[in-house]
Design a protein around this ligand. Structure first.
Ligand code: SF4
Length: 426
């Protein structure tokens, strides 16, 4: 049974009750959203995760952090530090995107140490097994892919990204496109290369019903990956992206018929003026399934600052109805992220999510801001620092230069507007 089954039976589960409390809405309201597919709860039936969360329409915008080893940089200790820092800075979920040799050990440790939901891209593990056993991921067999899904499900993973929208047909649309960058999705590229080498249909598409059975058994949320997401603003909202989105919409219907919780992944690189359209298209083709956007990055030239590009796009996307933001770090497109990169990316994404929540009227989202403004006006530095989204950084900045008057800061000193006006008005 999944959360959808219980919701359809009008049974309020402890998970729904817990998440509804976090959202400041009634359990019945959340349960209805789950029953009709507008929201999901990341909580594998194995019950590993302490701080589960719900994602979907009318709920607070959630933020995911990606961590994990690459083939060039594999340091288990560092990735665990990133995990701890992400939890500390209030990430809602974490994805282990490890590839390469340490993939199994990394996932085990991340699952053991994560109190928040964990997602994976199981094709990475299958590819790594095929590399070890057969010398190439192109020789991977379908059985290995399914074994990876099952192994990770049994370990307690809460959500899987599966690139099931890449089909022979959608790849033929891609082939005819004039994209600046044909594909940027790692999972999408692995599957596409495998399909070409084996001359077979995408197994995630072909055997989708088997994946649904597994997801149902462990109540794993399926995150339908966007292998054809645009990786350049010139490629945004093109025929290949829309073709894949329509396929994902059909798969959403099939998942719902089997009571499997499902969300849909989205772009990528999208100019500001196309963000609203992208959200509306996803909601239309995927029947209001929660939308998980990877950015979107609103220009292509901000290397070194792509956490900002993504926060701009993420704020607007969430305002128009995206439900879940995947963070982007300043290291995007340049290197494997450091701990500092993860910090900067997560804070930027949380700012985007919270800003959108205020603007779209999520219940009581602005209370935090009002408390902050009150503390700021009183120049109550202790309170101001504790309320800030990154207290550590606020404290460091405040204490880096000592003001002459402790009731002001070194920005305006004796001309502190708030202090001057306080005297005027009293
Ligand atoms: S000195 Fe200026 S910047 Fe600092 S608290 Fe006063 S008004 Fe704000």
């Amino acid at each position: 049974m999944t959360q959808v089954t219980f919701a359809k039976l009008k049974k309020i589960t402890p998970q729904v009750r817990y998440c509804a409390k976090q959202e400041n809405i009634s359990a019945l309201q959340l349960s209805k959203k789950i029953a009709n597919g507008q929201a999901v709860i990341f909580s594998s039936s194995l019950g590993r995760t302490k701080h589960i969360c719900a994602v979907g329409s009318g709920l607070k915008t959630k933020v995911n952090v990606n961590i994990g080893a690459s083939t060039d940089k594999s340091d288990v200790g560092l990735e665990l530090k990133k995990l701890r820092e992400s939890i500390n800075l209030k990430a809602d979920t974490v994805m282990d995107l490890s590839v390469g040799e340490s993939i199994d050990k990394m996932l085990q440790l991340i699952l053991r140490n994560s109190s928040i939901p964990v997602g994976t891209v199981p094709i990475y593990q299958a590819a790594s097994i095929a590399e070890k056993k057969k010398g190439s991921f192109l020789k991977m067999d379908v059985d290995t892919i399914f074994k990876s899904l099952e192994t990770q499900a049994k370990q307690g993973v809460d959500f899987f990204t599966i690139h099931c929208g890449i089909t022979k047909e959608s790849l033929s649309v891609l082939k005819k496109s004039r994209r600046l960058i044909p594909m940027v999705s790692r999972g999408g590229a692995i599957i596409s290369a495998w399909m070409k080498a084996q001359n077979k249909e995408n197994p995630f598409f072909e055997y989708f019903d088997d994946i649904l059975d597994l997801a149902f058994k462990y109540d794993i949320v399926l995150s339908l990956g966007d292998g054809l997401r645009p990786g350049a603003i010139a490629d945004a909202t093109d025929a290949a992206q829309i073709k894949e989105l329509k396929v994902l919409g059909q798969l959403v219907t099939r998942a719902r018929a089997k009571d499997v919780q499902v969300i849909v992944e989205g772009p990528g690189h999208v100019p500001l003026n196309q963000i609203e359209k992208n959200i509306l298209l996803e909601k239309k083709f995927c029947k209001n399934a929660p939308f998980y956007v990877l950015g979107p990055l609103v220009c292509d030239v901000a290397s070194g600052y792509d956490h900002i590009t993504a926060a701009i796009g993420g704020a607007l996307a969430a305002f128009y109805g995206a439900d879940f933001l995947c963070y982007v770090t300043p290291a995007e497109h340049l290197r494997h992220p450091t701990l500092e990169d993860v910090r900067d990316g997560l804070i930027a994404s949380r700012i985007a999510a919270h800003s959108a929540d205020i603007a779209k009227g999520i219940k009581d989202a602005n209370l935090w801001d009002n408390q902050m403004s009150y503390a700021r006006n009183k120049r109550n530095w202790k309170k101001l620092i504790s309320l800030s989204i990154d207290p550590e950084k606020s404290s460091k900045l405040r204490h880096s230069i000592r003001p002459k008057d402790l009731k002001t800061c070194t920005m305006c000193g004796k001309y502190c507007s708030m202090k001057l006006i306080e005297r005027c008005l009293n």
